[in-house]
Design a protein around this ligand. Structure first.
Ligand code: M6R
Length: 604
């Protein structure tokens, strides 16, 4: 999704902006651009379709330099990926704007501006902003007050950074609904879509809130609320990240992140610490009063929520609903007294999840965030927090973030069991969690075998994933992984549903992946798989080594090391991650940056 980097300093900032864009590449984008005010007060611009490397090449060929500038990676929403639609957008060779978000009333604003004689150069919603600034600037004293007026005309979401060549010692930023953080340097100021973008220049950050507008200058900054009143926000000092986001010897970040999981799981959960206190000082009291749970999330994080529903209802005996955030945010669900709202998010900035939290939150309703990024918007919007310790996840396809979410949700289940007097099976949780890192290591050891299985998928166009019980959402996650990085159409079904429709799809061209741990549903699953074989479907069974499944004609079995049934959703996930990874590698796709996708989905 779009990324913003901006800076004002005594030194030249073009390289800092480019470095920031490189660090934001993981978010996903299709074009990039940068604008600087040079020493002669000229607005200088480079834009490039494709990768940041193209922008770097343009900069190497014809350097633009300056001490104040803005830069952007664009993920197309309005208008195709093109140089014309890439940001920054400019007006009168004087103003330049970069934007993340969606201006919902851009059509009306564009028509008004066009009636007034403005010509547009792009199809973007963003371009209205820079023309509005151009139009309103003469009736205002400075850029800051102009931007304050302009944002009052905008409906929708935005993070903005704006420069004016007539004010070459400052830049203006604004935030509503899309993330923006300030980086406080020594004698210099920066802004970025996330802290990772600015880690090379500072470790002190100010997280902007919705409605905030700021003016940054060398060594100083001033913040204002929507009404134009001065405000102050806390400066947060961040420790260096625990894991380096360098590839080391791995071919892709996704593979590196799959391999990191034993350690990240160990960092996220301690078997001896399955208590409510892990979720914050008020958690024990809130959990005691919890009568129902509503989980909200998107994508992979939603799948973690679906797994948690099985655990929370079975072990803690608390009713639990799970819904995708983009749906629940636009309806009126019944939220009974004593409901705990749980959001799950890797990035902590997902626009739909954040909006759903705000939509459901009301006086007396407690919110818990399970999140991988401290100080993120979702964490800041929640009373209770459990931080997963996945470390920065660079691959767009979520791997270690998902398994650490599941681990955190096991801790939550154990904590709720204790506050809800259901602790008889607590010991089992402790044992399963203590063994988890080793159990995941054992699955990673199967990598060569999984790589071989992957070869069977290379020429396929479709795949079905089957699971039962808690392994149904795991099969959904397996299907999502395969489709997002290999572009093979994949769907998951609860195996018992097969004969109610999807069985019609099964033939020799439809590989069927089954998740078959040794649990109470194994025999039911076995019958479902017989139905597939009887129709000529080729089976790929990820089966517990003690399950009795054997490789034979049309049946490929991966014998999974026996793992505790509580943590098997995590171990089977790791095997499915490796399957998708090797299918994608064999098909030659861009594994870490799959087409059309963004890592941090900050627009709805
Ligand atoms: O950052 P979040 O966990 O809130 O993101 C939610 C989804 O966008 C994310 O899980 C997405 O589905 C991943 N690309 C899946 O691999």
């Amino acid at each position: 999704m779009c990324g913003i980097v901006a800076g004002v300093a005594k030194r030249e900032v073009s390289e800092i902006l480019l470095e920031g864009l490189r660090r934001l590449e993981y978010r996903g984008y299709d074009s990039a651009g940068m604008a600087l005010i040079d020493n002669d007060r000229n607005l200088q611009l480079h834009k490039a379709l494709g990768k940041v490397a193209e922008l770097e090449a343009a900069q190497a060929q014809q350097p633009i330099i300056g001490c104040v500038g803005i830069a952007h990676t664009r993920w197309a929403t309005h208008g195709e990926p093109s140089t014309a639609n890439a940001h920054p957008h400019t007006a009168s060779d004087r103003y330049a704007v970069v934007h993340n978000g969606i201006i919902e009333n851009h059509t009306v604003l564009r028509e008004d501006l066009e009636r007034g004689g403005v010509s547009f150069l792009s199809q973007t919603d963003t371009e209205v902003i820079v023309h509005l600034i151009d139009q309103l600037r003469p009736s205002h004293t400075d850029l800051l007050s102009t931007v304050q007026s302009v944002v009052n005309k905008l409906d929708g979401a935005y993070a903005l950074a704006v420069i004016d060549r007539e004010e070459p010692q400052s830049l203006v930023v604004a935030r509503q609904g899309s993330p923006l953080v300030l980086g406080v340097g020594i004698g210099e100021m920066f802004a970025g879509s996330d802290t990772l973008a600015l880690r090379s220049v500072t470790d002190r950050f100010v997280y902007l809130e919705d409605g905030d507008i700021g003016c940054l200058s060398v060594g100083d900054y001033a913040l204002y609320d929507r009404a134009g009143e001065p405000i102050s926000r806390q400066v947060v000092h961040l420790e260096p990240p625990k894991t380096e986001d360098v590839l080391a010897d791995y071919a892709h970040y996704m593979l590196k992140e799959i391999h990191e999981q034993p350690q990240r799981l160990m960092d996220t959960v301690q078997a001896e610490n399955l208590t409510a206190e892990q979720f914050g000082p008020e958690a024990a009291e809130i959990f005691l009063k919890t009568r129902a749970i509503q989980i909200i999330a998107c994508g992979t994080s939603y799948h973690a929520g679906l797994v948690a529903k099985y655990w929370i209802e079975e072990f803690a005996q608390i009713p639990c609903s799970v819904e995708v955030a983009s749906e629940i945010r636009y309806r009126i669900p019944v939220i009974v007294d004593g409901t705990l709202i749980i959001s799950i998010s890797q990035s902590g900035e997902t626009a739909d999840t954040l909006a759903a939290i705000n939509h459901l939150g009301s006086a007396g309703i407690a919110r818990l965030a399970i999140c991988n990024v401290d100080h993120s918007a979702i964490v800041r919007a929640s009373e209770l927090v459990y931080l997963t310790q996945a470390g920065p996840e660079i691959g767009v396809a979520s791997t270690k973030a998902f398994t650490t979410q599941l681990a955190a949700l096991l801790v939550l289940t154990a904590a709720l069991m204790q506050t809800n007097n259901q602790q008889s099976r607590l010991k089992e949780f402790e044992e399963a969690i203590a063994n988890l890192p080793l159990a995941v290591e054992a699955v990673i050891d199967l990598e060569p075998k999984i790589k071989q299985l992957a070869n069977h998928f290379v020429t396929k166009h479709h795949a079905l994933f089957l699971g039962r019980g808690v392994f149904y959402p795991i099969s959904m996650e397996g299907a999502l992984k395969l489709k997002e990085i290999s572009y093979i159409h994949a769907e998951a079904y609860p195996a018992g549903e097969l004969k109610h429709g999807p069985l019609a799809l099964v033939d020799e061209d439809m590989p069927v992946v089954a998740v078959a741990p040794n649990n109470g549903l194994l025999e039911k699953l076995r019958s479902n798989l017989e139905e597939v074989r009887a129709r000529g479907g080729e089976l790929f069974v990820f089966a517990d080594e003690e399950s009795g499944f054997e490789t034979g004609p049309g049946v490929h079995v991966l014998a999974m090391p026996h793992s505790h049934i509580l943590t098997a959703p995590i171990t089977y996930t790791v095997a499915l991650q490796l399957l998708s990874y090797y299918v994608a590698v064999a098909r030659g796709t861009d594994v870490d940056k799959p087409r059309n996708l963004a890592k941090s989905v900050t627009v709805e």
